[in-house]
Design a protein around this ligand. Structure first.
Ligand code: ZN
Ligand code: ZN
Length: 443
């Protein structure tokens, strides 16, 4: 019997991985342009890190974590989000004691949530994210938002909205909590059990409760913006001003609170609009208390996470799937069995010279190799053997133009490169009018 992948997981297959690579390249390049350096942290951490970091009143910690005891009876949790592990790593390595701010990104980090799998949100999914530590000015909030917007735009998606909100700080949030709690107490009977339990400790969690009756009931609830203290208000104004200066359009959405406890002040989401509906492709915010909460010094922080699966789904819906870059450029076909080893050696030689080449390893006839090379998307087919080989030459066929020529074997790499170069110029001229736009920026 075949063993299937566990529920909520999936495989990135060879025909899909070039889209991943293209997206990753755009993320890497844009992060580097803004001075962010890569960090990689483990897939699992001590459970306490997330209980303390993410907040034990959140849905994530209460219901969705992959937690288990290892053989040493330690409670271990598979990363449910990207930030807490990065903070742990920074503190452990003392990065925060160097020059500030610390600006890092993580790419393709697997994130695990035990929840009902939904489109673009699997039990194991992958995130691109950035974190900045040690910078409190609102310009850095705008920088992080601009970076997220630039990544999405670089991939050819222009139809998205930046939603921003401020959820206050430890100074002003108690005032808001009191007011919200009053509102919720009056409607307690209509709340779901989870919201009723959270009422005393963290009433704001109710704002992002997924239960429909709770959402209806909360339509008229007070919002954090109403109770911002002077400093939080000034910070929010500073962010809006910076976004205006950068020409980034945004909408103040007073109902975004995000699902994690550590956020303070700025929270934001990038929502893309396609024919298939709206997709949240990126979410983030400021977490000025998190580093302190995890045992470090009092230090501001801000970041975002971008779901890579969601982004790829969005690219597909908007017709921006990055082009596949995995086809061979040259296929080397032996004319007969006697020429097989020579053909293989030439394919290896071309690879050594940086030309993407392939050849036959299954014993196909020449005709079948033609068909195979064409289907695989090769641009040139080079036939080794016969009279040409005896004269130190080979026949080369342009598979798109159906033209043939004879080239000297001694300069086969040069000849192949020359012809591929010409093909590329022609290809570029014809595809510029296409709807791609997904071609990542060249270095
Ligand atoms: Zn405040
Ligand atoms: Zn609820």
């Amino acid at each position: 019997m075949l063993i299937k992948a566990p529920k909520g997981t999936y495989d990135v297959l060879p025909q899909d991985s070039s889209a991943w690579q293209a997206v990753e390249r755009v993320m890497r390049e844009n992060a580097a342009l803004a001075g962010y350096r890569e960090i990689r942290t483990p897939v699992f951490e001590h459970t306490e890190l997330f209980a303390r970091g993410v907040g034990d009143t959140t849905d994530v910690v209460q219901k969705e974590m992959y937690t288990f005891l290892d053989k040493g009876r330690r409670s271990i949790t598979l990363k449910p989000e990207g930030t807490a592990g990065v903070v742990r790593a920074m503190l452990e390595a003392g990065l925060h004691q160097g020059a500030l701010p610390v600006k890092v990104y993580y790419l393709n980090t697997p994130v695990f949530r035990y929840e009902a799998p939904q489109a673009g949100r699997m039990r194991e999914h992958h995130q691109f994210g950035v974190e900045v530590f040690g910078a409190a000015l609102p310009t850095v909030d705008a920088e992080v938002i601009a970076l997220a917007a630039r990544v999405i735009r670089s991939l050819g998606v222009d139809d998205f909205v930046v939603n921003i909100n401020s959820i206050g700080c430890p100074v002003c949030r108690p005032t808001y909590h009191t007011r919200l709690r009053g509102y919720l107490e009056e409607r307690k009977d209509g709340l779901c059990e989870t919201c009723r339990e959270r009422l005393s400790r963290n009433p704001m969690r109710a704002l992002d409760c997924k239960v429909e009756s709770c959402q209806t009931l909360l339509a008229g609830a007070p919002v954090p913006l109403d109770d911002l203290c002077g400093e939080c208000g000034a910070h929010f104004d500073g962010l809006k001003n910076a976004l205006d200066v950068l020409g980034i359009e945004y909408r103040v959405n007073p109902r975004i609170v995000r699902g994690l406890d550590y956020y303070t002040r700025t929270v934001f989401e990038l929502i893309a609009q396609t024919d298939q509906g709206r997709h949240a492709v990126c979410g983030g915010g400021r977490y000025d208390g998190l580093v302190g909460q995890l045992g470090g010094p009092n230090m501001p922080g801000i970041g975002f996470g971008m779901g890579i699966e969601r982004l790829l789904m969005l690219l597909e819906h908007s017709g921006n799937t990055p082009p596949s870059a995995q086809t061979p450029d040259v296929y080397i076909a032996p004319l007969s069995e006697r020429d097989r080893m020579e053909a293989f050696a030439i394919a290896e030689q071309l690879r050594g010279e940086g030309i993407k080449s392939d050849c036959d390893h299954v014993g196909r006839s020449l005709k079948a190799q033609f068909r195979y090379a064409d289907k695989a998307g090769a641009r040139l087919l080079i036939i080794i053997g016969g009279d040409e080989a005896a004269r130190g030459e080979a026949r080369v066929r342009d598979l798109a133009a159906h033209e043939e020529a004879v080239i000297p074997l001694a300069s086969i790499a040069h000849e192949a490169r020359e012809r591929l170069g010409n093909l590329r110029v022609r290809g570029a001229a014809t595809s510029r009018s296409g709807a791609s736009g997904a071609e990542p920026p060249s270095k």
